[in-house]
Design a protein. Structure first.
Length: 347
């Protein structure tokens, strides 16, 4: 009993300062324009962390005259009244991007809806690039009731399928735009020597799509090459905030940079491979956000990304892996345009 209490107190001492730091919103100057970024992550999902880091970089580069105030996802409901007490008419409300718009991941979507409900009728709202996926039409009906009340809202889709759904389903007052995932705006120094190793970044959650061709390619690779199993979600708890997020992200990117080849069914496994110039074999997930993103930005444009869609592609994937391990594949840099996002944030 005593040991349990001591252990519990040690855990509290470790996390309490971090929790306390995020509970108070204290704008620096009364005359400064502010952007409130709602829903930033505290969990060790490296995709979400990368989006957060990229959003902060993007805002600092393009809204340098704004004070950026971040509100963690778990504190959004608690902080809404506080933001309401200090917000000014020319301030901006921004929503963290990602792949959780819809009813597949209920908590982050309810958080997003709370922000829209409380600020949409008076302030300029911008959602960073999102994928949308829903299983029940009632979600669209509920979401549209909130969006209809917004006076100025811009929502960015990060793939063509999400863009089509938003354009067709959202009310006409919602401005919808297409841009790449914000993580693709990150520049990585590629000065790390690659090992002759394959890195598997495979998901273990409810978005996983089980298929036989993954098992076959895994068998071929593990029998012929050195490999490492990993993921873009960590198993160990670490505090994630504006100070620690870049360091955690860099550790994961360095792991990917060291590999000759990545095999993944994570969207950001594919994106991390692209930004680190690492060839990658990609599998879809069950709501097809990976396939949709690949078709929008990479298909026919970057030969270093191999999308394995069916058993007929297996022999080609094996050849691709062999060429990657022999460093015969080079990653192309795409010409990406975020000017519309800059424009909408600057309104």
């Amino acid at each position: 009993m005593e040991l349990s209490r001591i252990f519990h107190n040690k855990i509290l001492k470790r996390i309490y300062p971090y929790i306390r730091v995020n509970k108070i919103i204290e704008p620096k100057k009364d005359n400064t324009k502010r952007l409130y970024l709602f829903g930033v992550p505290e969990h060790l999902n490296y995709g979400d962390i990368a989006i957060f880091v990229a959003e902060m970089k993007f805002l600092k580069e393009n809204l340098s005259d704004f004070e950026i105030i971040t509100i963690p996802e778990r504190l959004v409901i608690q902080q809404i009244p506080i933001v309401k007490s200090v917000i000014k008419s020319n301030d901006i409300i921004a929503l963290h991007g990602g792949g959780n718009m819809g009813d597949i991941w209920p908590f982050p979507d309810k958080v997003r809806q709370s922000v829209i409900r409380n600020f949409g009728d008076n302030y300029h709202l911008v959602s960073f690039p999102q994928s949308i996926s829903y299983s029940n039409k009632s979600w669209i009906i509920e979401m549209n009731k909130l969006l209809e009340n917004c006076i100025d809202i811009s929502i960015f889709a990060r793939d063509n399928r999400s863009f089509e759904i938003m354009k067709n389903e959202f009310p006409s007052n919602v401005k919808v735009f297409l841009v790449p995932d914000i993580v693709m705006d990150i520049n990585i120094e590629n000065n790390i020597t690659k090992k002759k190793e394959v890195l598997f970044l495979m998901r273990r959650d409810k978005e996983k799509l089980n298929n036989n061709y993954y098992k076959k390619i895994k068998k071929n690779i593990t029998e012929n090459y050195k490999y490492k199993m990993s993921d873009t979600v960590g198993d160990i708890w670490y505090p994630i905030n504006r100070r620690s997020a870049p360091k955690r992200l860099n550790n994961k990117l360095e792991e990917i940079q060291k590999a000759r080849l990545v095999v993944t069914d994570r969207l950001h496994g594919m994106i991390f491979s692209y930004v680190t110039k690492t060839p990658v074999i990609v599998f879809d997930n069950n709501n097809h956000k990976i396939k949709n993103f690949y078709n929008t930005w990479f298909n026919g444009k970057d030969s270093s990304i191999f999308f394995l869609n069916n058993n007929e592609d297996l022999s080609k994937a094996i050849d691709f892996a062999r060429n990657a391990m022999n460093q015969k594949i080079k990653v192309k840099s795409l010409d990406l345009d975020y000017s519309i996002l800059v424009r909408e944030l600057s309104v």
